[in-house]
Design a protein around this ligand. Sequence first.
Ligand code: FA5
Ligand code: MG
Length: 457
Amino acid sequence: MWTTKTRSISTLLGQCSRCRYVSTASRPRIEARLPLHTQLRRISTPASSPYQILDQTYKRDTYSNTPPAILSKIDRRLLHHPSHPLSILRNIIESHFSTHTSLTPSSPIVSVWQNFDELGFPPDHPGRSLTDSYYLNKEYMLRTHTSAHEVETYRKGLDRWLISADVYRRDEIDASHYPVFHQMEGTQVWPSSDITEIKELNAKLQKELESCPLIIEDETTISSTNPYQPTHDPELAEEVTKHLKHSLNSLIYRLFGSQQMEGEPLRVRWIEAFFPFTSPSYEVEVWWNGEWLELLGCGVVQQKTLDQAGMSYLRSLSRPSSLPYSDKKQCQRLMPDQSHKAGWAFGLGLERIAMVLFNIPDIRLFWSNDKRFLNQFKSGEITKFQPYSKYPPCYKDMSFWVPPISSDTAGEKGKVFHENDYCEIVREVAGDLVENVTLVRFPLFVDSSLPLYPQYC
Ligand code: FA5
Ligand code: MG
């Protein structure tokens, strides 16, 4: 049988506390901890033929550190298989945010600028190091988070959207870490003139949440370490923050509420966090199997991010979609929007949630091609994972003759065939590798003078 480790899933998940996008101060650069000769060897690996990925060519340089095994994951597109647990979860979240536009970028390759600089990551941020991220070359990399698509998506003029995608991070090997996992980014942005509408929405959402068996632990405050942004009207920032919290609490209730033990309300905890592209920023955890499990990071989008995408500028000066708003001069020529826009964003880990909901004990199972995994799940349904052998299936059909059963032999020990005798032989020969012996056919009506011919698999 599948050998599950004795550690509970939440224990395993609880260990995933490495957070790349928290403040630089909180985590030393891993590069700096490696012996110098290791760093040099990695960096000076000679460049060979260019990368060919999704019909594009990327030259190699001293940054290139993406191996073929990682590139082979790009084609798997797990989020596009309707009966895969990650895709089932994605659909549930998309149906919860039913007015949002759902997007799935076709390529995981982004520019380093998109992944880090555009979002305000400082040059010495640990997430940029070669030990943490997969680079094709100095300019291009595999996205490490779905936030890499924020600016380009706002630039399309979309106010509320969800992006689901595979993300890539160099990481340790165990049941809860894999170098490829999936995130979903969500956002909603309003013109400040909509403040009355946001207030009404917040009141409605709050009332709905009050009727749910849900304990929300939120001791976060607005402070100098997690402030409203100086360019924001504090009243608008407060309403946007409230809407973020209500929207995510109601999503979490939708996902976990029905899985709770009878009589036990779901506990959700909000904690302060830091992301370079949001303020205030938070992480959200859920109490699961006796431990806090981190689900997502979120916050109020930095105005600079919206500005870069041209979101804060008048629509009436409608821009050609190709206008590069990262070009500062172009932006400055436009008039600031009278109805300045503000919004929230979140990024959640799909595997983390799916492991809990589907009871999947090992993150590597999501990548399984084994039909015993893939055929277990049905589109639209959350069902518990049924463990199976860690060995690949190997079926054997066995048929043989046994002495006929007759009134003369029925009482004679050793002459009458008994299934247990056969199982004993199997066990002797193959040990515990054999999981199951099933009788396929045993002739019922036979000439009692002829031997019998049972078939097993
Ligand atoms: C981010 O990736 C931010 N981009 C999230 C964000 C988006 C913040 C928008 C603000 C606004 P973080 O590295 O914490 O943050 O990852 C977000 C979530 O991805 C985590 O809460 C977790 O659920 C999941 N996650 C992170 N690392 C792993 C991992 N190694 N394995 C599985 N899931 C992971
Ligand atoms: Mg985190």
